[in-house]
Design a protein around this ligand. Structure first.
Ligand code: UDP
Length: 236
């Protein structure tokens, strides 16, 4: 394995299908991959997004102020975290915890980075919900922050159906060129749409390595950990 402790950023998109906020098959396949990785000894933290349910950006259309919309988005990430936890649990892997940056006493643990590091070392799948707990952020930025806090070796940014960062949208342009290596400054200066600028700046400051890859490829996580999957590596 190339990495011992990773922080996986999983978008809400990874859990949905065209018509429903959850696709049972995707949820199960994702859970199977996660369990198999920790059983192989990988220490795995996950920041889940909420885009399959709600994004703060949609607030305007409904006449809802963005701050309220953002809190709704954070709650969407909690739903996804609980869904993942439940599926992982039902598959017989009980070592899975959900931390929430917003206090939800009956269901989640209050975030504590010392404890999170300890649980990761013990083989727990540690899921981070509610993003940063603040409006005007995204779960991309959260992934960088949690990755730094738990001392992850790398942030694995899972994409759905694209192999990494391209010079144009590969879903629109069949000629789009994949970058295999990029610097933080490339992301910032070229405004490449792989994560928001605050996430890129934070990663740069902390020199946190990021690997962008296609989660939909068979055994994608195993291959990315072995370094045998086409991807984009972002580092200094
Ligand atoms: N969000 C927020 N603060 C955070 C993280 C998320 O306000 O620290 C809100 C924001 O409205 C965002 C939504 O939660 O649109 C869902 O997160 P995100 O869009 O990052 O999910 P993804 O696209 O990765 O599924």
């Amino acid at each position: 394995m190339k990495y011992q402790r990773v922080l996986l950023k999983l978008s809400g998109e990874a859990l949905k299908d065209q018509d429903n906020i959850y696709d049972g098959q995707k949820l199960n396949q994702t859970a199977d991959q996660l369990i198999s990785m920790v059983k192989d000894g990988l220490q795995l933290g996950i920041v889940v997004g909420g885009g399959n349910i709600w994004r703060g950006k949609l607030s305007d259309e409904l006449g809802i102020e963005q701050i309220s919309g953002d809190y709704m988005g954070m709650m969407a990430t909690v739903m996804n975290a609980l869904a993942l936890q439940a599926v992982i649990n039902q598959k017989g892997y009980a070592k899975v915890v959900v931390y929430s940056a917003l206090k939800i006493e009956n269901l989640t643990k209050d975030y504590n980075f010392y404890e999170a590091r300890d649980l990761l070392a013990q083989g727990y799948i540690v899921i981070f919900a509610s993003g940063t707990g603040y409006a005007y952020f995204t779960t991309d930025t959260t992934a960088i922050i949690r990755g730094i806090e738990v001392k992850a070796d790398v942030i694995l940014m899972a994409k759905n159906g694209v192999s990494g960062v391209y010079d144009s949208d590969p879903k629109q342009n069949p000629e789009a060129k994949l970058f295999t290596k990029l610097s933080y400054d490339d992301i910032i200066a070229k405004n490449l749409h792989v994560m928001d600028q605050s996430a890129a700046l934070m990663a740069k400051q902390a020199k946190m390595k990021i690997v962008v890859f296609d989660m939909q490829q068979p055994d994608s996580l195993t291959k990315i950990i072995q370094g045998s999957l086409t991807s984009t590596i972002i580092e200094e």
